[in-house]
Design a protein around this ligand. Structure first.
Ligand SMILES: Nc1nc2c(ncn2[C@@H]2O[C@H](COP(=O)(O)OP(=O)(O)OP(=O)(O)O)[C@@H](O)[C@H]2O)c(=O)[nH]1
Ligand SMILES: [Mg+2]
Length: 463
């Protein structure tokens, strides 16, 4: 019966037993692994009805867990009336086959579970294509392996999935169809993405862009909705967000930036999914500042931070400064927990996206990035430079104005990036009687270093 069930890998309403093996060198505590696997299962619509664990040096080749454990698993399936077993490990098709046969229950692995969640959430054309490609690459060959096997055990007789015709000829035809389908989907995806890349490039030229990144369920979309006109789907489930959303974030005094909310990260994200979602993840690379959102109430927040850093490194998002934002501070169990965070990251921004506490501190901090550090300057430019004057009047803090025959003279509080923007609109700006470009470095000698944390001393990492 197990083989037939693998035709449908949906987890919705399944009664699931979770299995995790602690192998030599595993660093994440079992409780935490089960907590995450449970959250994934529930996010996929399944119900967790049992757990099984084993300690092993290495996985047992044929069935991953040992034969005694396998018998225990079979009894557990019967005892709790499970309809599904989910392994916290990637299994080979042959392992799935053997375990299914022994337990008479459908087996899926962690990657398939994540793929199932992604496929049930995908809403945009791009996300749907990305998931479908990942499924064709990961799940399909594994289903095929089952079918091949069925062909052998039934001698090709039409049973279950086998009714589709597991004969060699049929398999060949199916393989070719899948190959064709995959290349067609990839072509469609490339078309959508090249349009998106152009949009991203234009946005980055026109605006200061800030990206929210973090582990799944850290509260990125909730924060996004608090800071902008909103519209992002936020929910207490893993992978609520699958595509990037961008809105303007008003920072006060006429200053603003474009804020993007995107798919969350998770440890051991199936690599086919990473490949498919690469361009969605890569939008992050182009942001000028990254806000790393951590769920401060999650006991695994530090591990999550590591995963986020690894993922950012793997997609090449290393060129921009990062700010750590500790979210869900309202949810901390005690004052002591807050103090632990303060001593760990003294300058990180602590806030709650739900109550709004601390959001104004984040706004101030980001504003400093958008405008650059502020300086008081006396600046003159031709009164005919309409665009630059319009920018100054709308976007900067003017202390005083004066006019000569053809020049306007301002005393301003201005940020480095604001001055750079003005200089791109008018080439003859003078500061204290000298060309602005000669003054830039004198006014702002310490440039922000790329790829580093701005509010966290580097030595606090990787300890
Ligand atoms: N108490 C509390 N809950 C929060 C806060 N921020 C977010 N949440 C809750 O956390 C859950 C996840 O929030 P989301 O905003 O969907 O998280 P996300 O990071 O966008 O998650 P993905 O899109 O799945 O990656 C929701 O139930 C939110 O209501 C907060 O500051 N305090
Ligand atoms: Mg989200």
């Amino acid at each position: 019966m197990g083989y037939q069930q693998r035709e449908d890998l949906n987890v919705v309403e399944e009664r699931a037993i979770l299995v995790a093996v602690t192998l030599l060198g595993e660093t994440i505590p079992l409780d935490d692994r089960f907590a995450e696997l449970s959250a994934l299962t529930e996010s996929a619509g399944g119900i967790v009805v049992g757990h099984l664990t084993q300690k092993r040096k290495l996985p047992y080749g044929k069935t991953y867990i040992g034969s005694g454990k396998l018998t225990e698993l079979k009894h557990l399936v019967e005892g709790v009336k499970a309809t599904l077993i989910i392994f916290d490990h990637d299994l080979t098709p042959s392992q799935i086959r053997h375990i299914e046969r022994a337990t008479e229950c459908k087996i899926i692995d962690r990657s398939e579970l994540i793929l199932d969640i992604f496929s049930s959430r995908a809403a945009t054309a791009e996300a749907k294509l990305q998931v479908e490609i990942a499924q064709l690459e990961y799940t399909y060959p594994r289903l095929r392996a089952m079918w091949d096997h069925l062909g052998q055990v039934t001698g090709g007789a039409p049973v279950g999935i086998g009714t589709r015709g597991p004969g060699e000829q049929q398999l060949e035809i199916d393989r070719r169809l899948v190959k064709r389908k995959k290349s067609q989907l990839k072509k469609e995806l490339t078309q959508i993405q090249s349009r998106a890349v152009r949009e991203v490039e234009k946005r980055n030229d026109d605006h200061f862009t800030v990206g929210l990144v973090g582990y799944t369920n850290a509260g990125k979309s909730t924060l996004f909705n608090t800071l902008t006109a909103g519209g992002a789907w936020s929910h207490d489930q893993l992978f609520a967000t699958l595509s990037t959303r961008i809105e303007r974030w008003e920072l006060g005094g006429g200053t603003g930036c474009m804020l993007s909310d995107t798919v969350g990260f998770i440890r051991r994200l199936p690599h086919h999914l990473v490949a498919s979602f690469k361009s969605t993840l890569e939008e992050t690379i182009h942001c000028k500042l990254l806000l790393l959102i951590l769920d401060a109430s999650d006991p695994n927040a530090m591990l999550h931070l590591e995963t986020v850093e690894e993922t950012l490194d793997s997609i090449g998002a290393t060129a921009q400064p990062r700010l750590i934002v500790l979210n869900k501070m309202d949810k901390l169990a005690s004052k002591h927990d807050a103090l632990v965070w303060t001593s760990r990251f003294p300058d990180a921004i602590q806030l709650s996206s739900v109550t709004g506490d601390g959001v104004e501190v984040l706004e101030e901090e980001v504003k400093r990035f958008v405008v650059g550090p502020m300086q008081r300057v006396t600046l003159s430019l031709p009164t005919a430079s309409a665009k630059a004057i319009d920018f100054i009047e709308k976007r900067t803090e003017i202390v005083s104005r004066d006019w000569t025959e053809d020049q306007t003279i301002y005393e301003l509080n201005v940020g480095q990036h604001q001055l750079e923007k003005m200089m791109s609109l008018c080439h003859s700006i003078m500061i204290d009687g000298k060309p602005a470009k000669d003054m830039l470095e004198r006014l702002w000698p310490n440039q922000l270093s790329a790829g580093s944390y701005c509010n966290v001393p580097p030595h606090r990492f990787h300890v």
